[in-house]
Design a protein around this ligand. Sequence first.
Ligand code: GTP
Ligand code: MG
Length: 180
Amino acid sequence: MSLRRRTLLKVIVVGDSGVGKTSLMNQYVHKKFSQQYKATIGSDFVTKELQIDDRLVTLQIWDTAGQERFQSLGVAFYRGADCCVLVYDVNVMRSFDTLDNWHEEFLKQANPPDPSSFPFILLGNKIDIDGGNSRVVSEKKAREWCAAKGNIPYFETSAKEDHNVDAAFLSIARTAMANE
Ligand code: GTP
Ligand code: MG
C-alpha cells in the first residue's frame, strides 16, 4: 500500500494536576510508567508516527500543566489544534467536576471556527487503583457528560497498567484527522 499523504495532527492534553496526563503520554510514546509525580511546568510536546488507512500520521501531542501556577501558555499555543484531550481521574470527584471548565477554557483559548463541532475526547484515568473500588465517578456518569457535550468519545484508561492507552490515542488520531 502506498502512503499517499502525510498528516501532522496537533493534539492538546488538558485536565487537573495529577490526573495522569504526562503518564498517559509517556506510556503511549515511550512505553514507560513512573510512580513518581513530577509536575509538568509550562508545556512540551512529543511526537508519535502512526499509519491510519493510507496515511502516515504524525501525532504532535502537547502536554500541559494542570497546576495553575505553571500554566503559562499563550493563546497562540492552542491555535491550530486538531483535537483536545480532556483527562480526569475516576477516583477524584473534583477532577471530573472541573471538566466543564477545561472544556470551556479550551474553546475560549483555541477559538475554533465552529466550536460546537470541535473534536474533544475524554479519558477517565487510573481505573487500576484499588481494583476500581475507590472510584467515585461511574462510567455511566462520565458517558452522560460526554453525551451532553455532543457525543464526545470516552475511554477508561490506566497509564500504569497500559490499559486502553493505545486504543484511546488511536481514537484521538482518528478524531483529530476528521477535523483536519
Ligand atoms: P500535572 O503535570 O501536574 O498536570 O499532572 P499530570 O496530569 O501530568 O499527572 P502525572 O502524569 O504526573 O501523574 C500524577 C501521579 O499519578 C504520578 O504519581 C503517576 O505515577 C500517577 N499515575 C498516573 N497515571 C496513573 C494510573 O493510571 N494509575 C495509577 N495507579 N497511578 C497513575
Ligand atoms: Mg504532567
